[in-house]
Design a protein around this ligand. Structure first.
Ligand code: ARG
Length: 463
């Protein structure tokens, strides 16, 4: 007989129960209860397979099936008493199953271990998150396409070093983020396809002597195949790391856009107005409307990166196969997934609601000598000047405008000819920002026509 206080799931060789501190450090039920639905799905697939292969009787399998459904409804209904003494979700579910159906519950663990069980549960959970991320990214991309379509020809300053560089179009800027989130989408799809193998049936580490059918359980759980090596199957957490690294890159993209929205919505820029629905006020300054959602998105990236680094550190140097260290895989992934999904949804909401201030964008586009490159290009194209010389002449004209406190188009033809005699009045055509963006017709350039081509390509690809 086992001592009353030792674990009923593994207490056979134990004379005493764990110290309270041992229980506290060992238990994962506080967080892995999030895997309840996956745990029960895995157990149902395993039980059905044990029946189909004749390892368990149909009567036992039916009792297990019914019992697991009851456990699931108790958990989903919020009236399941999770016990820390039972360590984790796997033993909590099995123990409750035993209370409900009695002896057959003890047969469920035939030919499996918590090691393949937890790997299976966690994979199923992470797979759902890849699917949720795909949905979130698609929604965000559609919101950006909407903005791009509306403002394919609205001019705004393009920046390098956060200094005005050349005029670009609003649509082009929105489409830059479509490209980024589009790559995130493709990374999500790659990683999901790569991770979709079933650990179930790898058992503790070596496989099992029972005539199980791993193809059957893999199929029942929507996996493409069983994982090929039982040692790898129980010790692999690459899928979680793939998830965190894809999430990190995507969160980095979100944070860059969030930063732009913070800047753009400031009184100094006024490029966009964020909706009331996605802004907050100040408790002391009545005039304030703050871009809190954007700031929080910018910040969320920190914890997502942190999760990625943290799990890498947990896994680094672990010998094969399962080590309890790996129990530390879940909280990081849960938190990163929650943060990423929320950040994507908040960004989608902000993008859908925000209004670009066309006049401010256009006015800013014309400042900072933004068409200086157009002037240099004109000197090359029309006067046949080598680009380096054209660069120098244009620089001289910029300095002249600066000294006069005006912009390039405000210089007189005489001013220009004093710097270079062959300049003609035609040059003023290229100094306007509209003409500037319209001229950038190279593939992937900022011309509205190019932007509309890219919008169409994306829409076709997504439909
Ligand atoms: N709670 C454990 C985890 O999350 C489940 C696997 C435990 N396996 C074991 N051999 N102790 O990793």
């Amino acid at each position: 007989m086992t001592d009353k206080t030792s674990n009923t799931m593994w207490g056979g060789r134990f004379a005493a129960g764990p110290d309270a501190i041992m229980e506290a450090i060992n238990a994962s039920i506080g967080f892995d209860q999030r895997l309840a639905a996956q745990d029960i799905a895995g157990s149902r697939a395993h039980a059905a397979m044990l029946g189909a292969t004749g390892i368990l009787t149909d009567t036992d399998v039916e009792a297990i099936r019914e019992g697991l459904l009851t456990v699931l409804s108790e958990i989903e209904g919020g009236h399941f008493a999770f016990s820390t003494a039972l360590e984790d979700i796997h033993m909590n579910v099995e123990s409750r199953l035993k209370e409900i159906i009695g002896e057959p519950a003890g047969r469920l663990h035939t030919g499996r271990s918590r090691n393949d069980q937890v790997a299976t549960d966690f994979k199923l959970w992470v797979r759902d998150q890849f699917d949720a991320a795909e949905t979130g990214l698609l929604a965000l991309i559609h919101a950006l396409l909407g903005q791009a379509e509306a403002g394919a020809d609205w001019v705004m300053p393009g920046f390098t070093h956060l200094q005005v560089a050349q005029p670009v179009t609003w649509g082009h800027h929105m489409m830059a983020y479509v490209e980024m989130f589009g790559r995130d989408l493709s990374r999500v799809r790659d990683a999901r396809a790569r991770m979709n193998t079933s650990p179930l049936g790898a058992a503790a580490l070596a496989g099992t002597s029972f005539p199980i059918d791993r193809h059957m359980t893999a199929k029942a759980l929507g996996f493409d195949t069983p994982a090929a090596n039982s040692l790898d199957a129980v010790s692999d957490r690459d899928f979680a790391l793939d998830f965190l690294s894809v999430a990190s890159i995507s969160a980095m993209h979100l944070s860059r856009f969030a930063e732009e929205l913070v800047i753009w919505s400031s009184a100094q820029f006024r490029f966009v107005t964020l909706s009331d629905r996605f802004s907050t006020g100040s408790s002391i300054m009545p005039q304030k409307k703050n871009p809190d959602a954007a700031e929080l998105i910018r910040a969320k990236v920190g914890r997502i990166f942190g999760a990625n680094v943290s799990l890498m550190m947990v896994m680094k140097g672990l010998p094969l196969t399962y080590s309890k260290d790996m129990q530390e895989d879940k909280e990081q992934v849960f938190d990163a997934a929650d943060s990423w999904m929320l950040a994507m949804a908040a960004m989608e909401g902000m993008v859908k609601d925000m209004t670009a201030n066309r006049e401010s964008l256009a006015a800013a586009a014309a400042t900072g000598f933004s068409t200086a490159t157009d002037l240099a290009d004109w000197l090359v194209r029309v006067l046949g000047m080598p680009f380096r010389d054209a660069h120098h002449v244009t620089g001289t004209l910029v300095a002249l405008a600066e000294s006069k406190g005006c912009d390039l188009p405000d210089l007189s033809l005489e001013d220009m000819q004093n710097v270079h005699a062959k300049i003609t009045g035609d040059v003023f055509d290229v100094l306007g920002v509209q003409n500037s963006v319209r001229s950038r017709m190279s593939y992937g350039g900022t011309a509205p026509e190019q932007v509309r081509t890219q919008i169409k390509l994306w829409k076709d690809a997504l439909s």
